[in-house]
Design a binder for this molecule. Structure first.
Ligand SMILES: Nc1ncnc2c1ncn2[C@@H]1O[C@H](COP(=O)(O)OP(=O)(O)O)[C@@H](O)[C@H]1O
Ligand SMILES: [Mg+2]
Length: 310
């Protein structure tokens, strides 16, 4: 049984359809990215999943229990961070989490060790006795994640966990999500950043205007798009004659040169063809020092998907 099953979920806000019959099944122990631009319906979905909002239609099952009819039971083993809670600035992480543990009804003899465990999970040990008031947003977000882990959930639902953080805060929160996924949690997280989903998730559900546009593995999404962009960096400058020869190589659909020493090649081949391409470039006398996926193709694919849905 999948830990999260969404069945034709809809939400109207005063006649405006924010969610339009969205269905999705999230596999156990996967990290699934819920990807879409602002206004796509991500927060609406997650608020329905966490019983902060009532759906207009449809159902959602968390660990097999319908959250629309039995929220308490459905959320018993779900940890969620939807909006970063406001913490008391005077309290330390230990005091804060202890307080949340008590709210959760965790017996006080167990609470203490549990608080230390979740502090470790979000790598805040060094800060456990400092006042939260002086923490960065990223550190507060880590406390929010710790709070969501207190009652030993197996499914984590995170709404744009890195939004509004500085680059370092983003990186730290991403590291924690990666670690949690490796610890065996099922993670369902929204994001408006394709590269973040590519970096963290096994599967991606693209949503826009309240509709599911695509649901696939990140791997498939990258390889299904046959036209791949390769970024090639050269020691010397490329001349017109060589450029023309590169354009004529097998399986090359187009070549852009953003700088005199860099080529972006639209390439329509598999990994074996790529090896041949690299050899051909070297045979043409080009001194290649870097040859890599530019990842642009997926970005373009995503932008096209969103454009089509508008
Ligand atoms: N309380 C509300 N009242 C009216 N419209 C809302 C409300 N909340 C969200 N919306 C609208 O619903 C759509 C989806 O919003 P939201 O779920 O917040 O998207 P996302 O989280 O993907 O950015 C948006 O068009 C938004 O303006
Ligand atoms: Mg949102």
């Amino acid at each position: 049984m999948e830990p999260l099953v969404i069945e034709s979920l809809s939400k109207d806000y005063d006649g405006f359809r924010a969610l339009d019959s969205l269905s999705l099944k999230v596999e156990a122990k996967s990290c699934t990215g819920f990807l879409g631009p602002n206004g796509a319906g991500k927060t609406t979905t997650i608020k329905i999943l966490t019983s902060m909002l009532r759906a207009t239609g449809g159902r959602a099952f968390l660990n097999g229990v319908d959250v629309t009819t039995d929220p308490k039971e459905a959320l018993a083993r779900v940890g969620a961070v939807v909006e970063t809670p406001e913490f008391y600035p005077e309290l330390t992480p230990i005091e804060t989490l202890d307080y949340f543990a008590r709210l959760r009804g965790i017996p006080s003899d167990r609470a203490k060790s549990r608080v230390m465990q979740v502090i470790d999970q979000v790598k805040m040990g060094e800060w456990k006795d400092q006042r939260i008031g002086k923490f960065s947003k990223g550190m507060k977000q880590r406390i929010a994640i710790a709070q969501a882990l207190l009652h030993e959930p197996d499914l984590l639902v995170l709404d744009e966990p890195t939004a509004g953080l500085d680059p370092r805060g983003m990186a730290e929160v991403r590291d924690i999500i990666k670690a949690l996924r490796l610890q065996g949690y099922t993670v369902f997280m929204s994001s408006h950043l394709l590269f973040e989903v590519q970096q963290l998730c096994d599967k991606v559900a693209v949503v826009d205007k309240g509709k599911l546009l695509i649901y696939d593995t990140v791997q498939n999404l990258s390889t299904k798009r046959h036209v791949l962009k390769l970024e090639v960096d050269l020691v010397g400058k490329i001349d017109t004659e060589t450029y023309t020869k590169v354009c004529a190589l097998d399986k090359v659909n187009g070549v852009q040169c953003p700088t005199a020493t860099k080529m972006l090649i639209d390439f329509d081949g598999d990994t074996a063809d790529r090896r041949t391409l690299l050899e051909s470039l070297q045979r043409l006398g080009l001194q290649v020092y870097s040859f890599a996926d530019a990842g642009v193709a997926l970005e373009e694919f995503y932008m096209d998907l969103i454009k089509e849905s508008r």
